[in-house]
Each structure stands twice: as C-alpha cells, then as structure tokens.
Ligand binder design. Sequence first.
Ligand SMILES: [Zn+2]
Length: 318
Amino acid sequence: MANRTAPESLIEAVRYFADEDVATDFVANIRWPDGQQVCPRCGSIDDHYYLKTRRLWKCRDCKKQFSIKVGTIFEDSPIKLSKWLPAMWMLANCKNGISSYELARALDVTQKTAWFMLHRIREAMRDGDGNLFNGEVEADETYIGGKAKNMHFARRKRVVKGTGGVGSGKTAVMGLLERPRGSEHSLVRTHILPDTKQRTMQEVVRRHVAPGASLFTDQHSGYTGLAKDYLHDVVDHVSHYVKGQVHTNGLENFWSLVKRALHGTYVSVEPFHVFRYIDEQAFRFNNRGDTDRGRFTNLLASIVGRRIRYAELTGAEA
Ligand SMILES: [Zn+2]
C-alpha cells in the first residue's frame, strides 16, 4: 500500500477501492489506527491472524473469525467495499446529497439496496452529543416536510416558519449553532421536537448549550424564561433590524441547505426519516472546512458501532 496514493477525488476513490484488498486495508487502518485489531466478538486485542485469501481475521482467544465489516454499518451486507466506499465518498461530499435512484445507477445495484446503503451511511453521520455549545449560540426551530413544497415560496416561508407542527405532516426541528470560536467555523446540532411546548424546547436548549452562553433566538414563546441561565437576546423578525450579533442567520443558512436537498434531491421523505437527512446535511456542514478526502475519512472513522437493520429503517418494527 505504501506506493499507492490515497484518493483525493471520486474518480480516484472508485479506482483505488476497486481492489478489495486495498479497500479492506484502508478501512482496517482507520478502524484500528494503531494497528491493533480488536476482536468484535470477545474484545481481545491484537491476538489474531489474518487469512488473506478470505479477508478474515481469526481470533486466537475466542477462535472465531471476523471480517472488517463485523460491528460496522457494513455488517451483514453482501455489497463489497468497492461499492460501499465510493457511496460514502459521494454522500460525504455531494452538497445536496444523492438519491437512492442516482446511487443505484452509479453503483449498478437495485434502488432498494441503494436506499438501504444510504440510510446506513447516514447512521454513521449522526453526531454524538459531544461538548456543550458555548460562547455565542443561535437556536432556531423550523418545520420540515409535509406539503410545504407545493406552496408558493412567500407563503411557504410564512407557513413553515409560523404554524406547522403537529397535524400538518411536518416535523418540528430545533437547530443549535455555535458560532466560530478561534479559527474554527460554526457547528450545528439538530434535535427533532415532539412538540413546541416551552418545556420541551428549553430542555433541548439546556441539553446542548452550556449555562452562561450568549443565546440568540426568535420570539417563539418556547424560549421565554431562558434568560435565567443564558445571556438571552431575541431577534426581531418583524422589523428585520439586525442588532449587531443578535440574529440567527447562521442557522437560517443551514435550514436553507437542508430544505434545498429535501425539495430537490429527496422528494418524498417519510416524516420518521427526516432526522436522517438532517443529520446528513449537518455532517457536511460541520465538516465543510475539510477536503473531500477529509470528509470521507471522518465519516469512515465513525462506521464502528453504528448498525441498523432493514426492519428498523422501514419502521416495520417498533
Ligand atoms: Zn475473539
């Protein structure tokens, strides 16, 4: 592998990962960066030998074999890494996402397979909770999905921002954005809201934002009372008068990216899948300072421990 250069573009990725041994090595190096394989069956460390012809490790402790796919989003998938990795490259880097139809054609798999792959990849894009946001933080709620895309834009803007919610077929989502601290760019996190009651919305804010932070929100009554714990400033949407730092423009920019993908690339998203598309957009947003290769590598680094089955995806099981 030493004489090969890691890919920088989609076409290079397709060529590079066409060799299943190279693809397996690449994933193994990211999964076990210190070169010590951990048996996903019994947890024993670096006590394995590699069966090169079968691309399997055999554990000396539990005597079981494992492939690179075990314990990752690829588990139980018959699709080769030579297709999985370019699919990840595309989803990590296509600004408006990629539909299952497009991916099916690109990889020569069925649409159903492509759909399943995309949802598994989105699972790896899901952000862990991580550190609380601090400094200057914007919070903004929006409504996604439903019939809004058939409306005239001006009306949609009013309706989507104003009412929506339960019964309208739309999903209420809270977004939080931490403005750049130091040289880094802003970061977002999103949270599906079961309702827009004060208690619910404030719980979400408190879960993601450190007490004492500067908090900028709109006039939704759900935010009233947060001044106890935050330096809370409310944006005046009616006059459109921006008072210095008091705005939620960062989040509005993010919502427009989400909605562009949902109205363009992803035309019919079930409400219970909405969060996956938002996670996908948030991943690209939060990694936007990186190169294509960097975003792909970051995504690949989070494949472990994330696995969803088809039944969970389709909602066939509770
Ligand atoms: Zn073992």
